[in-house]
Write a protein that binds this ligand. Structure first.
Ligand code: GLC
Length: 463
């Protein structure tokens, strides 16, 4: 009898204790890939990427040269300067030699990465007002320079040289204080690290994994955004061993989200969410709404991730284009991680601030149609130009990136309760009977609820 009681109690305990139920992950992709992506990530939809490092000092790339997309990244300055493969090298070298002289070494920029005007609370305020829900900062890019006091990176980090400040830690505190999720980008490889070049295994064991664990233990981030994985398969990086630690034993095991950049074979296949970059997965066309796995598009506002001083207005996307981009990605199931490149003195260029705040203004009116929504999988096969859909429960959001000039007809909807124009009290006429017809009201432009894109909320659709 006693034994039975014990068993009963044990069963009850198992039912109510999530700890007992929590899954253990072994170090195979099969096991790691079973871990669900924490829901906060797919609800968040919009994050801010920040590329900030020693490359923010020269802050230059040939933005308008007739060369490929990846060749215009200012954060690749050191590599493009020294490695003579690809035609972009000549642009970087000509620039460097003429401005700094051929004897000036990239390492010498580090003392100029001072961040003397950096006020993390101000950055966090801009991100909050932009309507972003998470932030991902380059803790270490391919140059190997760390934005935190990494023991493994002596004298090549922002505390030992330049700013003399724990930039990653200070930003993390400010971002979390605003209630946003904080994450770190981390490059697995380092272009010129002698240990990486001479002994990969030792680099992974004594440098890379200790650094990633240090970041996780010290700052408890919600995102670990790895990159620079393409030289080796995930086995060599010991990625699954690290991920099993992250998911089983780390202090963020329940909240952390990772991406798919864990080895040359892993993008859009293994890890956490899939990534596209300027709409590409490596050199292939990105992901569309047929993909049900979580994914995220990242790109700069212009042609680079790191700040590029020579970019002008023509290189930057307009606020309208950025809002359209967010709508397009979210309606096809993705998140948008929009990058900004702060300057070496610690400021977010005003034009970038303006773009972000414009997005925030739009999201304040229309956020319900973005955050926490899903793809409308039953949307009509034939797309309607300028019209996008998102779904939340039984409510359908019809997002128009142009103000519609006539009725919008959406097939496949049997009935509907009400249709409203988000942010406006104006009545919207609509009827449903096999298909839904929305008659956009005539509104004086001065009374428009927002600019750039407009949302009709269709409550309680019957399909
Ligand atoms: C890349 C680049 C890089 C950028 C990034 C963002 O692969 O090497 O400079 O940080 O991805 O997606």
């Amino acid at each position: 009898m006693k034994l039975r009681q014990h068993l009963l109690l044990l069963c009850l305990f198992c039912l109510i204790s999530p700890a007992v139920w929590s899954q253990k992950y072994d170090s195979s992709w099969e096991s790691i890939d079973k871990r669900p992506i924490p829901a906060w990530f797919s609800d968040a939809k919009f994050g801010i990427f920040i590329h900030w490092g020693v490359y923010s000092v020269p802050a230059w790339a040939p933005a308008d040269a007739p060369i490929g997309v990846y060749a215009k990244y200012a954060e690749w300055y050191w590599n493009k300067l020294l490695v003579n493969s690809g035609e972009e090298h000549k642009y970087f070298k000509a620039f460097h030699d003429s401005i700094y002289g051929s004897k000036f070494q990239y390492q010498d920029f580090a003392s100029q990465f001072k961040a003397e005007l950096f006020e993390p609370e101000k950055w966090a305020d801009v991100f909050t007002r932009a309507g972003a829900k998470y932030v991902v900062l380059t803790s270490k890019h391919h140059e190997g320079f760390c934005l935190w006091p990494s023991e493994q990176s002596w004298n090549w980090n922002s505390v030992d040289i330049g700013a003399h400040r724990d930039l990653a830690g200070d930003l993390s505190k400010a971002v979390k204080a605003k209630g946003l999720h904080m994450g770190f980008y981390y490059s697995l490889y380092e272009w010129f690290n002698p240990l990486y070049k001479s002994n990969l295994e030792k680099y992974v064991d004594d440098h890379m994994i200790p650094q990633m664990k240090d970041l996780v233990n010290r700052y408890q981030p919600d995102v670990l955004w790895t990159d620079g994985e393409w030289d080796h398969p995930s086995e060599k990086w010991k990625s699954t061993q690290f991920l099993s630690w992250l998911y089983n034993d780390s202090p963020v095991k329940n909240s952390i989200v990772v991406n798919d950049r864990w080895g040359k074979e892993t993008r859009a296949k293994h890890g956490g969410y899939y990534t596209t970059e300027y709409d590409l997965v490596h050199d292939k066309k990105g992901i569309d709404k047929a993909v049900t796995h979580s994914w995220e598009e990242c790109r700069g506002i212009g042609t680079s991730f790191g700040y590029n001083r020579i970019e002008d207005l023509d290189n930057y996307m307009s606020s309208k284009a950025l809002i359209d981009l967010l709508v397009e990605k979210v309606s096809s199931g993705g998140n948008l991680l929009l990058d900004i490149g702060p300057t070496a003195d610690g400021l977010i260029p005003v034009i970038m601030q303006e773009r972000l705040l414009d997005m925030g203004d739009w999201l304040r009116v229309n956020g319900e149609a973005i955050y926490g929504t899903q793809v409308w999988r039953k949307s009509p096969d034939k797309s309607i130009p300028g019209v996008f859909f998102t779904l939340k429960g039984n409510d359908l959001f019809v997002i128009c990136t142009k103000w519609p000039q006539g009725p919008i007809v959406i097939p496949g909807i049997e009935s509907v309760q009400t249709v409203s124009l988000m942010g406006s009290p104006i009545k919207v006429k609509a009827s449903a009977n096999g298909s839904l017809t929305i008659h956009p009201p005539a509104i004086n432009p001065a009374n428009m609820p927002c600019q750039h894109a407009w949302v009709f909320k269709v409550s309680n659709i019957g399909i």
